[in-house]
Write a protein that binds this ligand. Structure first.
Ligand code: HEC
Length: 199
């Protein structure tokens, strides 16, 4: 009798341990699943870029140029000994990242660019800029494209003219192809591209 009880108890214990081990293994499996999808990655990268640009615009350019009136931000910042424009800061960062060959690239583009280098080049870039402009920046655009034989995930986020300065400077710039931007207009978009296969 005692023996049978012991056998049953040890069988139950073994079963319990097995179930516990199995569930630990399942938890580990789930934990080890990569959670970063290409979309989550571009969304996260965009959050960083967007925040850095907003911080530079607000706490450096706007504070020093408009509030403290210490220094201005101008396009020819080297000659003028002024601060680079936020879009120029963004492009310099993007060029430095591209030179590091990490696979992912980003840029600030527009269908109405002041700098022709910032015009869309691929079909997906054109479609994405049209999409974010049509939905007034309420939703990003996601797609895939093959460039140079490699597959990429491409995300495009609206760049909105949130303050008068954006609209005024662009509308009045000698090289702008568009002179009727209004506050709240989508003026362009941030394009972020991550590889979907090893490079
Ligand atoms: C003082 C002038 C000025 C202000 C203010 C300004 N921009 Fe620009 N922006 C420029 C110039 C010049 C470029 C081209 C920079 C380059 O060489 O890449 C540019 C580039 C851009 C581009 C890339 C396409 C293009 O036109 O070359 C976008 C999109 C853009 N700006 C949006 C904005 C938004 C949105 C704001 C406000 C948050 C803003 N800009 C504020 C002058 C300005």
């Amino acid at each position: 009798m005692k023996n049978i009880r012991t056998i049953i108890a040890s069988a139950l214990l073994t079963a319990g341990v097995t179930v516990a081990l199995a569930s630990t293994a399942r938890a580990a499996d789930i934990k080890d699943q990569p959670l970063i999808t290409p979309k989550l990655m571009t969304d996260a990268l965009h959050a960083v870029m967007d925040s850095d640009r907003a911080v530079y615009t607000k706490n450096v350019v706007n504070r020093l140029a408009n509030q403290e009136k210490v220094i201005t931000a101008t396009e020819h910042w080297q000659d003028d000994k002024s601060l680079p424009l936020p879009a120029q800061m963004f492009r310099m960062g993007a060029e430095m990242v591209a030179a590091k060959n990490k696979g992912f690239t980003y840029s600030l583009l527009s269908k109405w660019p002041i700098n022709p280098q910032n015009a869309p080049k691929t079909e997906v870039e054109v479609a994405g800029l049209d999409f974010v402009a049509a939905n007034e920046g309420t939703e990003p655009f996601y797609s895939e494209e093959t460039l140079g034989g490699k597959k990429y995930f491409t995300a495009i986020y609206a760049d909105v003219g949130v303050v008068t300065a954006c609209v005024k400077c662009h509308n009045e710039h000698a090289d702008t192809p568009k002179t009727d931007f209004k506050i709240g207009d989508v003026m362009g978009g941030v394009v972020i591209r991550v590889p979907l296969e090893s490079l």
